[in-house]
Design a protein around this ligand. Structure first.
Ligand code: KIV
Length: 268
């Protein structure tokens, strides 16, 4: 791991050197500090916070103010981290002017180092404007959770030759527009491999196979905080949800049974 805070140039060099890039979502200061201490390269203040942290059914209701509030907390917990702000649904679709203003807020108020946008070639003019204004952009192609209402669900992408060609075109065009990296979400492994190989910028996969230049996962999935099911693209590295429940039920039992507080917890 680099000693000093990474920049967009660091990630391009990592790709050129064949070194994998590790990215995880972070939504608060505690999670951010733990991820940084664990040597994670990039913290994504994902709009998945709508579901993982705020209890919404999908990512669509998240607003700019909520996302900035959480980004500020992530920055406070991880001063030296490279932090990406995931632009919320409808914060960049209305006009490029509004998108620039919102991305500017993410950097100036939230302390983000870059922004992420869901979409392909249609976003090229906006990507160029953001980069021109000095804001690094991570693109995001494949499964786009913000388009769940038009796609009708969360589906694997790149299933036909035509769809693979469109994904490749999108990836190449966001790179040409100035994106410093691109997320590839939920596509067959051979497609993730082909797109990663076709680009000079790092392609960060989620559900897109082992040959992407890096991987991103949702913190709650890898910690076992989301217990309803484990998405196929994820792996649980801990059962934190169970540990929390067990600790809290012991605490409740101790209070009810008169075992807490003990003498060591009391002041004289
Ligand atoms: O919001 C998020 O967590 C994301 C990742 C899944 C890439 O966009």
């Amino acid at each position: 791991m680099d000693q000093k805070k990474p920049t967009v140039a660091t990630f391009r060099k990592r790709k050129a050197a064949g070194e994998k890039i590790v990215m995880i979502t972070a939504y608060d200061a505690t999670g951010a500090a733990a991820a940084l201490a664990a040597g994670i390269d990039i913290l994504l203040v994902g709009d998945s916070m709508a579901m993982t942290a705020l209890g919404y059914e999908n990512t669509l209701p998240l607003g700019m103010d909520e996302a900035i509030y959480h980004t500020m907390a992530v920055r406070r917990g991880a001063h030296d981290a490279f932090i990406i702000f995931d632009m919320p649904f409808m914060s960049y679709q209305v006009s490029d002017e509004e998108a620039l203003r919102n991305a500017g807020r993410a950097v100036k108020e939230g302390g983000a180092d870059a922004v992420k946008l869901e979409g392909g070639a249609e976003l090229n003019p906006l990507i160029a404007k953001l980069v021109g204004a000095g804001i690094p952009v991570m693109a995001h192609i494949g499964l786009l959770p913000q388009k769940v209402m038009t796609s009708g669900g969360y589906h694997l992408t790149g299933k036909t030759d035509d769809a693979v060609r469109r994904l490749l075109d999108d990836a190449r065009s966001v790179e040409a527009a100035g994106a410093f990296s691109v997320v590839l979400e939920c596509m067959p492994s051979h497609v993730g491999k082909e797109i990663s190989a076709a680009l000079a910028i790092p392609a960060i996969g989620i559900g897109s196979g082992p040959d992407c230049d890096g991987q991103v996962q949702v913190l709650n999935d890898v910690l076992g905080l989301f217990e309803a099911f484990t998405p196929k693209h994820s792996r649980r590295y801990a059962e934190v949800g169970k540990i929390i429940r067990q600790a809290l039920s012991e605490y409740a039992g101790d209070v009810r049974g008169g075992k807490f507080p003990g003498p060591e917890n009391c002041f004289k």
